[in-house]
Design a protein around this ligand. Structure first.
Ligand code: ADP
Ligand code: MG
Length: 483
Protein backbone atom coordinates (compact mmCIF):
# COMPACT_ATOMS: atom_id res chain seq x y z
CA UNK A 1 0.00 0.00 0.00
CA UNK A 2 1.02 3.52 -0.40
CA UNK A 3 2.90 4.31 2.78
CA UNK A 4 2.31 7.99 2.73
CA UNK A 5 4.11 8.65 5.95
CA UNK A 6 7.14 6.85 4.66
CA UNK A 7 7.87 9.31 1.97
CA UNK A 8 8.66 11.94 4.45
CA UNK A 9 10.85 10.82 7.26
CA UNK A 10 11.97 14.01 8.88
CA UNK A 11 15.28 12.50 9.83
CA UNK A 12 16.02 12.01 6.18
CA UNK A 13 15.41 15.58 5.26
CA UNK A 14 19.03 16.36 4.66
CA UNK A 15 19.68 13.40 2.42
CA UNK A 16 19.10 13.02 -1.23
CA UNK A 17 15.80 11.47 -2.07
CA UNK A 18 15.49 9.52 -5.27
CA UNK A 19 11.98 8.48 -6.19
CA UNK A 20 11.76 4.99 -7.56
CA UNK A 21 9.39 3.48 -10.05
CA UNK A 22 8.23 -0.03 -9.37
CA UNK A 23 9.61 -3.11 -11.00
CA UNK A 24 7.18 -3.00 -13.88
CA UNK A 25 8.36 0.50 -14.60
CA UNK A 26 5.12 2.02 -13.47
CA UNK A 27 5.40 5.12 -11.40
CA UNK A 28 4.88 6.58 -8.99
CA UNK A 29 6.73 4.46 -6.51
CA UNK A 30 4.53 2.76 -3.96
CA UNK A 31 5.69 4.89 -1.11
CA UNK A 32 9.24 3.96 -1.85
CA UNK A 33 12.01 6.42 -1.70
CA UNK A 34 15.69 5.82 -1.62
CA UNK A 35 17.89 7.69 0.69
CA UNK A 36 21.34 6.89 -0.50
CA UNK A 37 24.28 9.12 -0.51
CA UNK A 38 25.07 9.46 -4.16
CA UNK A 39 24.80 5.84 -5.24
CA UNK A 40 22.67 5.79 -8.32
CA UNK A 41 24.13 2.43 -9.22
CA UNK A 42 22.76 0.85 -6.03
CA UNK A 43 19.36 2.12 -6.99
CA UNK A 44 19.70 0.68 -10.46
CA UNK A 45 20.81 -2.67 -9.09
CA UNK A 46 17.90 -2.73 -6.69
CA UNK A 47 15.50 -2.12 -9.54
CA UNK A 48 17.02 -4.96 -11.51
CA UNK A 49 16.75 -7.25 -8.51
CA UNK A 50 13.16 -6.28 -7.89
CA UNK A 51 12.27 -7.09 -11.49
CA UNK A 52 14.04 -10.38 -11.06
CA UNK A 53 12.17 -11.21 -7.87
CA UNK A 54 8.88 -10.40 -9.48
CA UNK A 55 9.58 -12.72 -12.38
CA UNK A 56 10.88 -15.42 -10.11
CA UNK A 57 8.18 -15.47 -7.45
CA UNK A 58 5.19 -14.22 -9.40
CA UNK A 59 3.10 -11.12 -8.89
CA UNK A 60 1.14 -12.30 -5.87
CA UNK A 61 4.10 -13.24 -3.70
CA UNK A 62 6.11 -10.36 -4.97
CA UNK A 63 3.41 -7.80 -4.24
CA UNK A 64 2.69 -9.21 -0.81
CA UNK A 65 6.17 -9.59 0.52
CA UNK A 66 8.90 -8.25 -1.64
CA UNK A 67 7.47 -5.14 -3.15
CA UNK A 68 7.16 -3.32 0.18
CA UNK A 69 10.90 -3.74 0.76
CA UNK A 70 12.84 -0.54 0.53
CA UNK A 71 16.51 -0.08 -0.06
CA UNK A 72 17.82 1.68 3.01
CA UNK A 73 21.54 1.68 2.48
CA UNK A 74 24.48 -0.06 0.89
CA UNK A 75 27.47 -0.08 3.09
CA UNK A 76 30.70 -1.80 1.97
CA UNK A 77 29.64 -5.46 1.97
CA UNK A 78 26.18 -5.09 3.47
CA UNK A 79 22.88 -4.14 1.93
CA UNK A 80 20.22 -2.96 4.35
CA UNK A 81 16.61 -3.37 3.30
CA UNK A 82 13.60 -2.06 5.17
CA UNK A 83 10.45 -4.06 5.69
CA UNK A 84 7.27 -2.50 7.06
CA UNK A 85 6.54 -4.68 10.09
CA UNK A 86 8.31 -7.07 12.42
CA UNK A 87 6.32 -9.90 10.97
CA UNK A 88 7.20 -9.17 7.36
CA UNK A 89 10.82 -8.51 8.29
CA UNK A 90 11.04 -11.93 9.97
CA UNK A 91 9.37 -13.55 7.07
CA UNK A 92 11.78 -11.98 4.60
CA UNK A 93 14.75 -12.97 6.75
CA UNK A 94 13.60 -16.58 6.88
CA UNK A 95 12.44 -17.02 3.34
CA UNK A 96 14.12 -14.57 1.05
CA UNK A 97 17.31 -13.35 2.66
CA UNK A 98 19.54 -15.90 1.01
CA UNK A 99 17.98 -15.33 -2.37
CA UNK A 100 18.37 -11.59 -1.95
CA UNK A 101 21.97 -12.03 -0.99
CA UNK A 102 22.72 -14.12 -4.06
CA UNK A 103 20.97 -11.71 -6.36
CA UNK A 104 22.91 -8.82 -4.93
CA UNK A 105 26.18 -10.66 -5.05
CA UNK A 106 25.55 -11.50 -8.68
CA UNK A 107 25.18 -7.81 -9.43
CA UNK A 108 27.86 -6.53 -7.16
CA UNK A 109 30.57 -8.89 -6.02
CA UNK A 110 31.35 -6.92 -2.88
CA UNK A 111 27.99 -7.69 -1.28
CA UNK A 112 28.06 -10.46 1.28
CA UNK A 113 25.33 -9.67 3.76
CA UNK A 114 21.71 -8.66 3.65
CA UNK A 115 20.28 -6.95 6.66
CA UNK A 116 16.51 -6.62 7.05
CA UNK A 117 15.34 -3.88 9.35
CA UNK A 118 11.86 -2.77 10.34
CA UNK A 119 11.38 0.53 8.69
CA UNK A 120 8.11 1.71 10.08
CA UNK A 121 6.24 -0.11 12.82
CA UNK A 122 3.08 1.71 11.93
CA UNK A 123 2.60 0.37 8.48
CA UNK A 124 0.10 -2.32 7.78
CA UNK A 125 0.81 -5.55 6.06
CA UNK A 126 1.04 -4.97 2.36
CA UNK A 127 -2.21 -4.41 0.58
CA UNK A 128 -2.93 -5.59 -2.92
CA UNK A 129 -2.31 -3.37 -5.89
CA UNK A 130 -5.04 -0.89 -6.66
CA UNK A 131 -7.33 -2.05 -9.42
CA UNK A 132 -6.31 -0.95 -12.90
CA UNK A 133 -9.24 1.40 -13.28
CA UNK A 134 -8.14 3.23 -10.17
CA UNK A 135 -4.58 3.34 -11.39
CA UNK A 136 -5.69 5.28 -14.42
CA UNK A 137 -7.07 8.09 -12.35
CA UNK A 138 -3.96 8.28 -10.23
CA UNK A 139 -2.54 11.70 -10.93
CA UNK A 140 0.80 13.00 -10.04
CA UNK A 141 0.28 16.13 -8.04
CA UNK A 142 2.22 19.21 -8.94
CA UNK A 143 2.99 19.55 -5.27
CA UNK A 144 2.28 17.43 -2.27
CA UNK A 145 1.68 13.70 -2.44
CA UNK A 146 -0.56 11.66 -4.75
CA UNK A 147 -3.94 10.59 -3.45
CA UNK A 148 -4.40 6.91 -2.78
CA UNK A 149 -6.89 5.51 -5.30
CA UNK A 150 -8.37 3.11 -2.76
CA UNK A 151 -9.33 5.86 -0.36
CA UNK A 152 -12.69 7.02 -1.63
CA UNK A 153 -16.04 7.66 0.02
CA UNK A 154 -17.35 4.53 -1.66
CA UNK A 155 -14.86 2.32 0.06
CA UNK A 156 -15.33 4.00 3.44
CA UNK A 157 -17.68 2.08 5.71
CA UNK A 158 -19.80 4.27 7.94
CA UNK A 159 -20.85 3.36 11.47
CA UNK A 160 -21.59 5.10 14.73
CA UNK A 161 -17.94 5.65 15.49
CA UNK A 162 -17.19 7.64 12.37
CA UNK A 163 -20.48 8.98 11.02
CA UNK A 164 -19.84 12.47 12.31
CA UNK A 165 -16.48 12.67 10.59
CA UNK A 166 -17.86 11.02 7.47
CA UNK A 167 -20.77 13.43 7.18
CA UNK A 168 -18.50 16.38 7.81
CA UNK A 169 -16.07 15.20 5.15
CA UNK A 170 -18.86 14.65 2.65
CA UNK A 171 -20.30 18.07 3.34
CA UNK A 172 -16.96 19.73 2.80
CA UNK A 173 -16.35 17.71 -0.37
CA UNK A 174 -19.70 18.81 -1.70
CA UNK A 175 -18.82 22.44 -1.09
CA UNK A 176 -20.68 22.93 2.18
CA UNK A 177 -20.98 26.26 4.00
CA UNK A 178 -17.87 28.30 4.59
CA UNK A 179 -18.18 28.07 8.34
CA UNK A 180 -17.11 24.46 7.87
CA UNK A 181 -13.67 25.80 7.12
CA UNK A 182 -11.28 24.45 8.24
CA UNK A 183 -12.47 20.92 8.70
CA UNK A 184 -10.51 19.38 11.51
CA UNK A 185 -10.70 15.60 11.85
CA UNK A 186 -9.19 13.93 14.85
CA UNK A 187 -8.86 10.49 16.33
CA UNK A 188 -6.18 8.04 17.31
CA UNK A 189 -4.15 6.27 14.71
CA UNK A 190 -5.59 3.90 12.12
CA UNK A 191 -9.21 5.01 12.30
CA UNK A 192 -9.62 6.39 8.79
CA UNK A 193 -8.60 10.06 8.95
CA UNK A 194 -6.28 9.86 5.99
CA UNK A 195 -8.81 7.78 4.11
CA UNK A 196 -11.49 10.43 4.56
CA UNK A 197 -9.10 13.17 3.61
CA UNK A 198 -8.19 11.49 0.35
CA UNK A 199 -11.86 10.83 -0.31
CA UNK A 200 -12.50 14.58 -0.08
CA UNK A 201 -9.64 15.16 -2.48
CA UNK A 202 -10.96 12.66 -5.02
CA UNK A 203 -14.44 14.03 -4.87
CA UNK A 204 -13.40 17.64 -5.30
CA UNK A 205 -11.17 16.65 -8.18
CA UNK A 206 -13.96 14.90 -9.96
CA UNK A 207 -16.55 17.59 -9.27
CA UNK A 208 -14.25 20.45 -10.22
CA UNK A 209 -11.84 19.32 -12.92
CA UNK A 210 -8.76 21.48 -12.79
CA UNK A 211 -9.13 22.22 -9.09
CA UNK A 212 -5.78 22.24 -7.41
CA UNK A 213 -5.81 19.71 -4.63
CA UNK A 214 -2.76 19.59 -2.43
CA UNK A 215 -2.34 16.84 0.10
CA UNK A 216 0.64 16.29 2.33
CA UNK A 217 1.53 15.16 5.79
CA UNK A 218 2.58 17.80 8.26
CA UNK A 219 5.91 16.03 8.34
CA UNK A 220 6.38 16.58 4.63
CA UNK A 221 5.27 20.15 5.08
CA UNK A 222 8.11 20.56 7.52
CA UNK A 223 10.66 18.83 5.32
CA UNK A 224 9.69 20.99 2.34
CA UNK A 225 9.65 24.13 4.39
CA UNK A 226 13.03 23.50 5.93
CA UNK A 227 14.56 22.76 2.57
CA UNK A 228 12.96 25.88 1.08
CA UNK A 229 14.50 27.91 3.89
CA UNK A 230 17.86 26.33 3.26
CA UNK A 231 17.60 27.17 -0.43
CA UNK A 232 16.34 30.66 0.48
CA UNK A 233 13.27 29.99 -1.58
CA UNK A 234 10.41 30.13 0.85
CA UNK A 235 8.48 32.40 -1.47
CA UNK A 236 7.80 29.75 -4.08
CA UNK A 237 7.02 27.25 -1.34
CA UNK A 238 4.39 29.62 0.03
CA UNK A 239 2.99 30.37 -3.38
CA UNK A 240 2.63 26.77 -4.34
CA UNK A 241 0.74 26.00 -1.16
CA UNK A 242 -1.41 29.05 -1.27
CA UNK A 243 -2.49 28.49 -4.84
CA UNK A 244 -4.30 25.32 -3.72
CA UNK A 245 -8.08 25.24 -3.97
CA UNK A 246 -8.11 22.49 -1.41
CA UNK A 247 -5.21 22.14 0.98
CA UNK A 248 -5.07 19.07 3.17
CA UNK A 249 -2.48 18.62 5.85
CA UNK A 250 -2.40 15.27 7.60
CA UNK A 251 -1.25 14.64 11.18
CA UNK A 252 -0.57 18.20 12.29
CA UNK A 253 0.34 17.06 15.77
CA UNK A 254 3.70 16.35 14.22
CA UNK A 255 4.65 19.99 14.01
CA UNK A 256 3.52 20.97 17.48
CA UNK A 257 6.53 22.36 19.25
CA UNK A 258 8.50 22.83 16.01
CA UNK A 259 8.48 26.54 16.15
CA UNK A 260 9.36 27.99 12.78
CA UNK A 261 7.49 25.31 10.85
CA UNK A 262 4.49 25.82 13.01
CA UNK A 263 4.61 29.52 12.48
CA UNK A 264 4.73 29.06 8.72
CA UNK A 265 2.03 26.44 8.77
CA UNK A 266 -0.38 28.60 10.61
CA UNK A 267 0.27 31.58 8.37
CA UNK A 268 -0.51 29.37 5.41
CA UNK A 269 -3.63 28.21 7.13
CA UNK A 270 -4.78 31.76 7.74
CA UNK A 271 -4.22 32.79 4.19
CA UNK A 272 -5.98 29.80 2.73
CA UNK A 273 -8.99 30.42 4.89
CA UNK A 274 -9.12 34.15 4.24
CA UNK A 275 -8.89 33.50 0.51
CA UNK A 276 -11.98 31.34 0.81
CA UNK A 277 -10.10 28.18 -0.15
CA UNK A 278 -10.77 24.88 1.57
CA UNK A 279 -8.55 23.58 4.30
CA UNK A 280 -8.74 20.15 5.85
CA UNK A 281 -6.57 19.14 8.75
CA UNK A 282 -6.20 15.94 10.71
CA UNK A 283 -4.54 15.25 13.99
CA UNK A 284 -4.41 12.55 16.59
CA UNK A 285 -5.99 14.86 19.15
CA UNK A 286 -8.48 17.69 19.46
CA UNK A 287 -7.38 21.29 18.83
CA UNK A 288 -7.54 22.03 22.56
CA UNK A 289 -5.05 19.30 23.21
CA UNK A 290 -2.50 20.34 20.65
CA UNK A 291 0.27 21.54 22.86
CA UNK A 292 2.56 24.46 22.34
CA UNK A 293 0.40 26.24 19.81
CA UNK A 294 -0.69 29.83 20.11
CA UNK A 295 -4.21 30.48 21.32
CA UNK A 296 -4.98 32.68 18.36
CA UNK A 297 -4.29 29.75 16.10
CA UNK A 298 -6.15 27.25 18.20
CA UNK A 299 -9.25 29.34 18.17
CA UNK A 300 -8.95 29.70 14.44
CA UNK A 301 -8.93 25.93 14.14
CA UNK A 302 -11.88 25.57 16.43
CA UNK A 303 -13.92 28.07 14.38
CA UNK A 304 -14.34 25.58 11.66
CA UNK A 305 -15.82 22.17 11.98
CA UNK A 306 -14.19 19.79 14.39
CA UNK A 307 -15.18 16.14 14.10
CA UNK A 308 -13.76 13.16 15.89
CA UNK A 309 -13.51 9.52 14.89
CA UNK A 310 -13.86 6.88 17.57
CA UNK A 311 -12.66 3.30 17.58
CA UNK A 312 -14.95 1.04 15.55
CA UNK A 313 -17.36 -1.26 17.36
CA UNK A 314 -17.81 -4.92 16.45
CA UNK A 315 -20.45 -4.31 13.75
CA UNK A 316 -18.36 -1.67 12.07
CA UNK A 317 -15.24 -3.83 12.22
CA UNK A 318 -17.16 -6.66 10.62
CA UNK A 319 -18.54 -4.45 7.84
CA UNK A 320 -15.11 -3.02 7.16
CA UNK A 321 -13.65 -6.50 6.82
CA UNK A 322 -16.38 -7.44 4.37
CA UNK A 323 -15.66 -4.30 2.39
CA UNK A 324 -11.93 -5.09 2.35
CA UNK A 325 -12.69 -8.63 1.19
CA UNK A 326 -14.06 -7.18 -2.02
CA UNK A 327 -10.55 -6.07 -2.80
CA UNK A 328 -9.20 -9.58 -2.38
CA UNK A 329 -11.25 -11.38 -5.00
CA UNK A 330 -9.09 -14.50 -5.12
CA UNK A 331 -9.23 -15.16 -1.41
CA UNK A 332 -11.65 -17.41 0.42
CA UNK A 333 -11.99 -16.40 4.02
CA UNK A 334 -14.77 -18.06 5.98
CA UNK A 335 -17.30 -16.19 8.06
CA UNK A 336 -15.87 -17.69 11.21
CA UNK A 337 -12.47 -16.21 10.42
CA UNK A 338 -13.95 -12.80 9.62
CA UNK A 339 -15.91 -12.90 12.85
CA UNK A 340 -12.80 -13.96 14.73
CA UNK A 341 -10.80 -11.02 13.36
CA UNK A 342 -13.60 -8.58 14.12
CA UNK A 343 -13.83 -9.84 17.69
CA UNK A 344 -10.14 -10.03 18.38
CA UNK A 345 -8.60 -7.05 16.68
CA UNK A 346 -10.21 -4.12 18.33
CA UNK A 347 -7.44 -1.55 18.43
CA UNK A 348 -7.87 0.11 15.07
CA UNK A 349 -8.90 -0.43 11.50
CA UNK A 350 -5.38 -0.36 10.15
CA UNK A 351 -4.45 -3.36 12.24
CA UNK A 352 -7.64 -5.10 11.32
CA UNK A 353 -7.01 -4.60 7.65
CA UNK A 354 -3.37 -5.54 8.09
CA UNK A 355 -4.39 -8.79 9.77
CA UNK A 356 -6.72 -9.70 6.92
CA UNK A 357 -4.11 -8.89 4.30
CA UNK A 358 -1.56 -10.86 6.17
CA UNK A 359 -3.51 -14.09 6.40
CA UNK A 360 -4.48 -13.84 2.75
CA UNK A 361 -0.91 -13.20 1.63
CA UNK A 362 0.46 -15.92 3.84
CA UNK A 363 -2.09 -18.44 2.66
CA UNK A 364 -1.17 -17.74 -0.95
CA UNK A 365 2.45 -18.13 -0.14
CA UNK A 366 2.27 -21.42 1.69
CA UNK A 367 -0.68 -22.71 -0.33
CA UNK A 368 -2.89 -23.43 2.67
CA UNK A 369 -6.59 -22.66 3.02
CA UNK A 370 -7.55 -20.04 5.56
CA UNK A 371 -9.28 -21.52 8.57
CA UNK A 372 -9.42 -20.37 12.16
CA UNK A 373 -6.38 -22.31 13.17
CA UNK A 374 -4.38 -20.91 10.33
CA UNK A 375 -5.49 -17.35 11.12
CA UNK A 376 -4.58 -17.84 14.74
CA UNK A 377 -1.11 -19.04 13.86
CA UNK A 378 -0.36 -16.34 11.36
CA UNK A 379 -1.60 -13.64 13.68
CA UNK A 380 -0.07 -15.01 16.85
CA UNK A 381 1.92 -11.88 17.57
CA UNK A 382 -0.96 -9.49 16.92
CA UNK A 383 -3.36 -11.59 18.94
CA UNK A 384 -1.02 -11.79 21.86
CA UNK A 385 -1.37 -8.06 22.28
CA UNK A 386 -5.16 -8.22 22.11
CA UNK A 387 -6.01 -11.51 23.65
CA UNK A 388 -7.54 -11.78 27.01
CA UNK A 389 -5.43 -14.12 29.05
CA UNK A 390 -6.35 -17.77 28.77
CA UNK A 391 -5.32 -19.67 31.89
CA UNK A 392 -4.20 -23.25 32.27
CA UNK A 393 -6.99 -23.79 34.84
CA UNK A 394 -9.55 -22.76 32.32
CA UNK A 395 -8.13 -25.04 29.67
CA UNK A 396 -8.13 -27.97 32.08
CA UNK A 397 -11.72 -27.37 33.13
CA UNK A 398 -13.00 -26.97 29.61
CA UNK A 399 -11.13 -29.97 28.25
CA UNK A 400 -12.43 -32.12 31.12
CA UNK A 401 -15.96 -30.90 30.41
CA UNK A 402 -15.60 -31.50 26.73
CA UNK A 403 -14.51 -35.09 27.14
CA UNK A 404 -16.86 -35.59 30.07
CA UNK A 405 -14.16 -36.72 32.44
CA UNK A 406 -13.40 -35.53 35.95
CA UNK A 407 -10.93 -32.73 36.39
CA UNK A 408 -9.21 -34.77 39.07
CA UNK A 409 -8.72 -37.58 36.55
CA UNK A 410 -7.28 -35.20 34.01
CA UNK A 411 -4.69 -34.14 36.55
CA UNK A 412 -4.12 -37.59 38.02
CA UNK A 413 -1.45 -40.12 37.16
CA UNK A 414 -3.95 -42.48 35.51
CA UNK A 415 -2.80 -43.73 32.17
CA UNK A 416 -6.04 -45.11 30.83
CA UNK A 417 -6.49 -43.89 27.29
CA UNK A 418 -9.79 -42.12 27.99
CA UNK A 419 -7.99 -39.75 30.33
CA UNK A 420 -4.50 -39.82 28.86
CA UNK A 421 -5.52 -38.48 25.45
CA UNK A 422 -7.61 -35.59 26.83
CA UNK A 423 -4.70 -34.79 29.12
CA UNK A 424 -2.39 -34.58 26.13
CA UNK A 425 -4.88 -32.40 24.34
CA UNK A 426 -5.05 -30.10 27.35
CA UNK A 427 -1.27 -29.86 27.51
CA UNK A 428 -1.14 -29.16 23.81
CA UNK A 429 -3.70 -26.38 24.18
CA UNK A 430 -1.92 -24.97 27.22
CA UNK A 431 1.23 -24.66 25.15
CA UNK A 432 -0.65 -23.24 22.22
CA UNK A 433 -2.95 -20.79 23.96
CA UNK A 434 -0.90 -19.56 26.90
CA UNK A 435 2.59 -18.12 27.12
CA UNK A 436 3.51 -20.69 29.79
CA UNK A 437 6.75 -22.66 29.52
CA UNK A 438 6.85 -26.44 29.28
CA UNK A 439 8.10 -26.91 32.88
CA UNK A 440 5.38 -24.55 34.04
CA UNK A 441 2.71 -26.51 32.27
CA UNK A 442 4.13 -29.79 33.58
CA UNK A 443 3.90 -28.51 37.14
CA UNK A 444 0.27 -27.55 36.65
CA UNK A 445 -0.58 -31.02 35.39
CA UNK A 446 0.07 -32.82 38.63
CA UNK A 447 3.77 -32.08 38.77
CA UNK A 448 4.83 -33.72 35.53
CA UNK A 449 8.16 -33.29 33.87
CA UNK A 450 8.58 -30.85 30.97
CA UNK A 451 9.56 -33.70 28.65
CA UNK A 452 6.14 -35.25 29.22
CA UNK A 453 4.53 -32.02 28.07
CA UNK A 454 6.82 -31.81 25.10
CA UNK A 455 5.95 -35.35 24.15
CA UNK A 456 2.23 -34.64 24.49
CA UNK A 457 2.46 -31.58 22.24
CA UNK A 458 4.36 -33.52 19.59
CA UNK A 459 2.06 -36.48 19.78
CA UNK A 460 -1.06 -34.40 19.32
CA UNK A 461 0.50 -32.55 16.43
CA UNK A 462 1.29 -35.87 14.74
CA UNK A 463 -2.07 -37.45 15.43
CA UNK A 464 -3.96 -34.44 14.23
CA UNK A 465 -2.52 -34.70 10.79
CA UNK A 466 -4.27 -38.06 10.21
CA UNK A 467 -7.08 -38.12 12.71
CA UNK A 468 -9.75 -35.76 11.50
CA UNK A 469 -11.91 -36.36 14.55
CA UNK A 470 -9.15 -35.29 16.88
CA UNK A 471 -8.45 -32.35 14.64
CA UNK A 472 -12.10 -31.27 14.83
CA UNK A 473 -12.04 -31.70 18.63
CA UNK A 474 -9.09 -29.37 18.89
CA UNK A 475 -10.63 -26.79 16.63
CA UNK A 476 -13.83 -26.88 18.67
CA UNK A 477 -12.00 -26.77 21.96
CA UNK A 478 -9.89 -23.86 20.85
CA UNK A 479 -13.03 -21.98 20.00
CA UNK A 480 -14.68 -22.86 23.31
CA UNK A 481 -11.67 -21.86 25.36
CA UNK A 482 -10.99 -18.75 23.42
CA UNK A 483 -14.57 -17.51 23.13
P1 ADP B 1 -5.54 7.28 10.13
O1 ADP B 1 -5.18 8.29 9.11
O2 ADP B 1 -6.68 7.68 11.00
O3 ADP B 1 -4.37 6.81 10.94
P2 ADP B 1 -6.11 5.67 7.82
O4 ADP B 1 -7.04 6.57 7.11
O5 ADP B 1 -4.74 5.56 7.31
O6 ADP B 1 -6.07 5.99 9.37
O7 ADP B 1 -6.80 4.23 7.88
C1 ADP B 1 -6.07 3.04 8.12
C2 ADP B 1 -6.60 1.96 7.22
O8 ADP B 1 -7.90 1.59 7.65
C3 ADP B 1 -6.76 2.40 5.79
O9 ADP B 1 -6.37 1.35 4.94
C4 ADP B 1 -8.22 2.69 5.63
O10 ADP B 1 -8.67 2.42 4.32
C5 ADP B 1 -8.83 1.74 6.61
N1 ADP B 1 -10.08 2.27 7.18
C6 ADP B 1 -10.21 3.00 8.31
N2 ADP B 1 -11.50 3.28 8.54
C7 ADP B 1 -12.20 2.72 7.53
C8 ADP B 1 -13.60 2.64 7.20
N3 ADP B 1 -14.52 3.21 7.98
N4 ADP B 1 -13.94 1.97 6.08
C9 ADP B 1 -13.02 1.40 5.31
N5 ADP B 1 -11.70 1.42 5.56
C10 ADP B 1 -11.29 2.07 6.67
MG1 MG C 1 -3.32 9.04 8.72
Amino acid sequence: MLGLGDMTHGKQAGKRCVPVTDAAGRGPAQGVSLFLSGTDSAEAIWQTIRAHLRAEYGARTYDSWLKPLTLVSVDADTVTLGSPTHFTADWIRNHFAERLRLLWAAQSAAIQHIRIVVENGLKTAPAPEPEPVAAVVREEPAFGVALEPRYTFDSFVVGKANELAYNAARTVAEGGPSDFNPLYLHGTTGLGKTHLMHAIGWQIRSAMPGAKVVYMSAEKFMVEFVSAMRDKDTLSFKQRLRSADLLMIDDVQFIAGKDSTQEEFFHTMNEIISAGKRLVITADRSPQNLEGIENRILSRLAWGLVADINPADYELRLSILLEKMKRLPGATVGEDVIDFLARKITSNVRELEGALNRIVAYSTLVGKPIDLDFARQVLADVLKAHDRKVTIDEIQRKVADYYAIKLSDLLSARRAREVARPRQVAMFLAKRLTPRSLPDIGRRFGGRDHTTVMHAVKRIEELRADDSELDADITRLTRIIDA
